[in-house]
Design a binder for this molecule. Structure first.
Ligand code: ATP
Ligand code: MG
Length: 779
């Protein structure tokens, strides 16, 4: 085996955790230092040392990452060996285990996996049935709450035993939370369905309640490896701990500075506690970054240093200095989009690059629209990851619902979706009667429908026939599924149910696109069935296809090698790298998000997110912001993100003047500079919270009434001007503040740099502002 060759390519620090065959170990290191590479090499090394692939479990952030890792390992140890490795996300690996063991938990092995849409729909239905106010019990919020219980392993029973939890929900005006939770869990169980969180919760239940099952998987997974360990939640943590308890051959890698899922329950203390959980933990640190230029690495360091909660780490690189991070300001979000598109266009031209070497990262999915528009105009192909994924589209979910019913007719959400779509005369009242009866008998609605001769729902014979026809149709699909592959069945279903005929009635471009989407789905199923035959010599089973779909993150579905610019949220970009990276929407209230600025820890998570964004770039990073953008249908003014300012200035290059000053009356500058020749002026970098600064190349002249800002350590002293020359502001003035709006000056106090105004704003009340920083216009 040529393993030595690969091992010799690692640096010493990377080699150590690869060569330590046994025992618990943790690798903590900054971005781009080779953590994922260490995991990959470690697996190859273990196999070279005679460890059976069957005994290795590797947990990754996306299934795509797992596939890539597997390919790399296959390149070293050979395909047939690598095939037996267990690799994937927590959800996909444990969904498989749960299918083997489902009967122990009272679930069918063909249980359905509910996606978020299914869960929200079910919760809405429950809230309605319980006659609760959906404005108080907002379904998505309720689902998040239930999700956080599950990820903390708080079962329904534990909930009702916990006075504090119940009181907390009562305090937030949701005294019936527990009942909804109970109802939701019962309904999922009856439908033979698990939601995403159940996949972890039920795995924990399985390992806790059945020692022989635990022992079996402990024996099986003698070696366990976890990537992105900083983002595991409590439920995942417990699974890893239980499985590795016997052999303690556990290797986790992570970076506390890249922990960005606290909002989903990820728990950074998992990293901090690792050493307490196992005996003789070996701790490894990697320091050399291989991904990015010096400029990027050092800029990223200068950002993350601002966080108080972090482990001290060194990250350096021997790579080239590289270009400075380019900062661009535009007037609007569409102009920002145009800048991104034209820059990509030019870089490609000048440097002979591929589209795939560029990524555009944003904080929220909604931001992609302006970028997409601009890329389309330039004919630059792109691909959006995340957002409303293909499989979430209505027409696709409709087809999938029929297929889900074939596999698991108890699947309530699938049934409710298509029982009367396309319309077949089964009305709301009938469906309600079915649900009531199902709840009454503790059965699924489909089972009630199968037994209409015995259960009298007081339906007229026409309706009864329609329900029975539906049952017959699904059963005929089930019979076909026994003997045909997934593609044949799916095609048959789209025809027989009348789905496609229904869509054909709509001749608008949207309607045609829907039919094309269904065709695309069928293509996907065909690929799947053919792929299956090739790999396993078995027919592509429908149930496997559905599981793939249910658990695929959007990154996983990348098809082919077509060359496109990648657009995605920063969260999704974790672990990836691109030569050229644009981080767009670098604005206050957007990034950091307005919803995550209330506490230090929220702000620190946003900063870690920015660290993740910046460290995706290999050669060149761009930060762009717009002075105004459409948000929720309104044009909103925005300030540059504080994160731009937090980067040490030496690593930045401003492509645009710091600020156009559009918010300020030009007279302010004119007043201050008097007759200074503006052509000799240049603008400094923007400092949010201060007005635009014009400075001459020489020291500003004292008689220009320019006040010097206290120099920030390590930076050149910057000069600044007060937004409002002192003499101008007086008690009683009505002023405009860019953030607080209109207000009246109540009082002025202090002198010189400390001069403050007490202002009563129409919205927001009385505030005291330091005039040095306040951006005020007298109106
Ligand atoms: P992240 O924190 O972003 O997940 P990481 O620590 O997992 O990053 P990798 O993705 O493993 O880092 O490595 C970053 C890049 O550096 C990859 O392109 C990898 O191939 C390369 N690299 C890692 N180690 C070496 C090495 N010893 N020699 C050459 N290239 C390396
Ligand atoms: Mg990695």
């Amino acid at each position: 085996m040529e393993i030595e060759k690969y091992i010799s390519q690692l640096n010493d620090a990377q080699r150590a955790p690869v060569l330590q065959k046994d025992g618990p170990m943790i690798v903590i290191a900054g971005a781009g230092s080779g953590k994922t590479r260490v995991l990959t090499m470690r697996i190859a090394y273990l196999m070279s040392q005679g460890v059976d692939a069957f005994n290795i479990l590797s947990l990754t952030f996306t299934n795509k990452a797992a596939r890539e890792m597997k390919q790399r390992i296959a390149g070293i140890v050979g395909n047939s060996e690598a095939k037996n490795l267990w690799m994937g996300t927590f959800h996909s690996v444990f969904a498989k285990i749960l299918r083997f063991e489902a009967d122990k938990l009272g679930f069918p092995s063909n249980f359905t996996i509910y996606d978020t849409q299914d869960s929200v729909r079910l919760i809405s239905a429950i809230i309605k049935e319980m006659q609760l106010d959906k404005d108080v019990y907002k379904p998505k919020q309720v689902l998040n709450r239930i999700s956080s219980y599950k990820n903390s392993l708080i079962t329904v029973r534990a909930y009702f035993n916990d006075q504090e939890l119940q009181e907390a929900d009562a305090m937030s005006k949701k005294p019936r939370m527990g009942d909804i939770y109970q109802n939701y869990v019962d309904r999922c169980f009856k439908a033979g369905a698990m939601d995403f969180d159940d996949l972890l919760l039920r795995t924990n239940e399985l390992l806790n309640r059945f020692p022989e099952v635990l022992a079996k998987y402990q024996e099986r997974f003698k070696y366990i490896l976890v990537d992105e360990y900083q983002d595991t939640n409590h439920s995942q943590y417990l699974i890893v701990r239980a499985l590795s308890d016997r052999y303690q051959n556990i290797c986790v890698v992570g970076d506390d500075a890249q922990s960005i899922y606290a909002f989903r329950g990820a728990n950074i203390s998992n990293i901090l506690n690792f050493q307490k959980d196992y005996d003789d933990v070996q701790m490894y640190r990697l320091e050399q970054n291989y991904r990015s230029t010096k400029n990027i690495v050092e800029a990223a360091n200068s950002i993350i240093e601002k966080n108080k909660t972090r482990l001290e780490k060194v990250v350096w690189t021997a790579n080239d200095e590289g270009h400075k991070i380019k900062v661009h300001r535009s007037l609007t979000d569409s102009e920002e989009g145009r800048f991104v598109a034209s820059t990509i266009f030019e870089e490609k031209m000048h440097n002979q690059l591929l589209n795939g070497q560029f990524a555009v990262l944003y904080r929220t999915n909604a931001q992609s629209r302006a970028i997409e528009d601009a890329l389309r105009k330039r004919d630059i192909p792109y691909r959006i990851y995340g957002g409303l994924s293909f499989y979430q589209r209505k027409e696709i979910k409709d087809v999938l619902a029929y297929l889900r019913l074939v596999i698991n007719p108890k699947d309530e959400e699938a049934l409710m979706r298509v029982i009367n779509y396309p319309a077949r005369g089964i009305g709301g009242t009938t469906v309600e009667k079915l649900t009531v009866a199902a709840n009454h008998y503790g059965r699924s609605a489909f089972e009630v429908m199968e037994n209409l001769d015995r259960i009298d729902l007081k339906l007229n014979s026409g309706t009864k026939n329609k329900l029975q026809d539906f049952v017959t149709m699904i059963k005929s699909f089930q019979v076909l599924n026994e003997t045909h592959d997934a593609f044949y069945l799916a095609e048959h279903v789209t025809k027989k149910t009348g789905l496609v005929q229904e869509l054909k009635k709509d001749a608008t471009p949207e309607g045609i696109a829907r039919i094309e989407n269904i065709e695309e789905l069928l293509n996907g199923i065909k690929d799947f069935t053919e792929g299956q035959i090739e790999v396993d010599g078995a027919r592509g089973a429908l149930s496997e296809f559905l599981e793939d779909v249910a658990l695929a993150t959007d990154l996983d579905k990348e098809t082919g090698d077509d060359d496109r610019v990648a657009l995605m949220t920063i969260h999704l970009a974790k672990g990836l790298e691109f030569p050229y990276v644009f981080v767009v929407g670098m604005e206050e209230d957007l990034f950091p998000s307005a919803m995550s600025m209330n506490t230090r820890s929220e702000l620190e998570e946003e900063r870690r997110l920015f660290y993740v964004a910046l460290t995706r770039a290999e050669k060149q990073a761009y930060l762009t912001y717009a002075q105004s953008r459409y948000r929720w249908g309104k044009l909103v003014d925005s300030e540059p993100s504080r994160f731009i300012e937090e980067i040490e200035g030496t690593f930045l290059e401003h492509l645009t003047p710091a600020d156009s000053g559009y918010r300020y009356k030009p007279m302010i500058n004119a007043d201050i500079f008097g007759d200074v020749d503006k052509s000799k002026l240049r603008q400094t970098k923007p400092v949010s919270g201060t007005p635009p600064k014009w400075v001459t190349d020489n020291e500003p002249k004292p008689d220009l009434n320019i006040r010097r800002l206290k120099p920030l350590t390590g930076k050149a002293p910057q000069s600044s001007t007060p937004a409002m020359p002192d003499s101008k502001l007086a008690q009683g003035n009505v002023v405009m503040h860019e953030r607080f709006g209109r207000g009246k000056v109540l009082n002025i106090e202090g002198i010189g740099a400390d001069k403050k105004a007490e202002i009563h704003f129409e919205v927001g009340g009385v505030k005291k502002l330091l005039l040095r920083f306040a951006k005020l216009d007298v109106i």
